[in-house]
Ligand binder design. Structure first.
Ligand code: SDX
Length: 427
């Protein structure tokens, strides 16, 4: 006998089916609620509302569990490459050797970006935020690839996936180069995906560039840790935009914009700015913890708290260890790492944070590593976007292949009731 939920409204009892996920998550299917009762539900921020069923990523916020297609984030971060994880998220299985070789070879088919893209990037002022430029360039890709994607064609989907992974990486590096006034670099098809990003970011024509394997490995792991996170703000945005059958590039462009916000992916930049402010202020973490607790102060402890995790964000644990390893390996001594650790310890011992289950999230330590890798602070959220790209693609494809309806929520109107029009003379 399948489980049902009963709801009594105005003396009438309505029954709604309960669905159970593969990890025993329960949801009440209210798709017939309005038709049967005239009522809708309301849930600002969708804190209690599921938008879809999905086979891609599983989170358990209470246990601090994160899995991509059933594989633990710990295993993937320590044993897989970022491109293997891209393949896993998008196509559902880890690739074998020949599948991975074909995937990398197909990505290399699309690593040359249309030269006219440079005219678009030249139109931006030097101080434009990288995320604003990247969102625009991603949307502009539609202009150079106008043919709508037939999601029923596996071959077209495969090519579109590889093209997106290739072009987005090159454009991300161009955003940095433009801001620095350096010549734009091209992808080198003889080198790996992550190594190429570093080369396109930092190689200058006057010197030979050799990517440090420690940095390549650290970046590869960081990208894996950011690759997907079920229905977060930017992924939900990609799904909703895609639900109108807008193209993949347009949907991803919208996801970049959503990720930019300091409450979401923009937090990694905000964390470093916060840690720098604490350092400049003399390192008094208690003062900033008090500000974070003060309801009259808009200041929040950036990199802390999470909509789903009410335990440690498993990614934060891995990144915290990686920060120690990478900085030690590179011989970097960054005082903000010590401030971050002191801040974390103090916050985790504070009743306000404990009572609200506020723990460090993925953004708390990531910026410290990015900085040690030589990546400028304003590029940190672009790094998050590069990591999240395969998740956005996978979720967009799942939404389209499932034939999901256009995302169009209802509302409760609380404005003026009907009133007569007044001529301007009588207003
Ligand atoms: C990401 O969703 C995802 O999966 C996102 C992400 C992904 O991989 O896609 O994990 C990436 O976005 C991580 C989050 C990065 N953002 C930050 O680090 C910004 C700082 N954190 C917050 O603003 C906040 O914690 C959110 C936005 C992350 C979550 O907000 P919620 O779930 O809406 O929680 P809330 O704002 O309702 O807070 C609950 C309580 C409130 O206090 P009370 O009203 O109960 O007294 O906790 C307080 C909040 O004031 N609170 C904080 C706080 N975060 C929450 N107080 C101080 N500092 C904070 N950081």
């Amino acid at each position: 006998m399948s489980e049902v939920a009963k709801l009594e409204l105005d003396g009438t009892v309505y029954e709604f089916p309960v669905i159970t996920g593969s990890e025993n998550e329960k949801a009440i299917d209210i798709s017939k609620l309005r038709g049967n009762s005239g009522y809708i539900t309301i849930d600002p921020g969708f804190k209690n509302t599921g938008s879809c069923v999905s086979e891609i990523t599983f989170l358990d916020g209470e246990q601090g569990i994160l899995r991509y297609r059933g594989y633990s984030i710990e295993d993937l971060a320590n044993k897989a490459s970022f491109l293997e994880v891209c393949y896993l998220l998008i196509f559902g299985e880890l690739p074998n050797k020949s599948e991975l070789a074909k995937f990398e070879a197909t990505i290399r088919k699309y690593t040359l970006v249309n030269e006219e893209m440079k005219d678009i990037i030249d139109g931006f002022p030097k101080n434009a935020h990288p995320m604003g430029i990247l969102s625009s360039l991603t949307s502009a890709l539609t202009a150079f690839n106008p043919k709508p994607l037939n999601v029923e064609s596996d071959e077209q989907v495969y090519e579109a996936v590889c093209k997106t992974l290739a072009k987005f990486l090159v454009l991300s590096s161009w955003v940095h180069r433009k801001r620095e006034g350096f010549p734009l670099n091209y992808y080198d098809n003889s080198k790996g995906y992550v190594e190429n990003f570093l080369r396109m970011m930092f190689a200058i024509p006057t010197e030979e560039y050799k990517a440090d394997p420690v940095i390549v490995d650290a970046l590869d792991k960081l990208l894996i840790l950011h690759a997907d996170h079920e229905q977060n703000c930017s992924t939900s945005t990609v799904r909703v935009v895609g639900s109108s059958h807008a193209g993949l590039f347009a949907s991803i462009s919208a996801g970049v914009s959503a990720l930019w916000g300091p409450l979401h992916g923009g937090a990694n930049q905000a964390v470093i700015e916060m840690l720098e402010a604490i350092k400049a202020d003399g390192g008094d973490v208690e003062k900033f913890i008090a500000k974070a607790k003060d309801k009259d102060d808009p200041f929040r402890l950036m990199g802390f708290g999470h909509r789903v995790y009410k335990n440690f964000d498993p990614r934060a644990k891995i990144i915290k260890k990686a920060a120690d390893d990478v900085l030690n390996s590179l011989g970097v001594n960054d005082p903000v790492l010590d401030i971050a650790k002191t801040l974390e310890k103090a916050a985790l011992e504070d009743e306000y944070f404990k009572a609200r289950n506020l723990y460090p999230n993925v953004d708390f330590y990531s910026g410290i590593i990015y900085r040690a890798l030589g990546i400028p602070t304003e590029m940190f959220t672009v790094m998050f976007a590069i990591g999240r790209l395969p998740g956005w693609i996978a979720q967009w494809l799942e939404m389209r292949k499932n034939g999901e309806p256009i995302g169009r929520p209802r509302q409760v109107y609380t404005g003026s009731n009907l009133r007569d029009f007044k001529d301007i003379a009588s207003r």
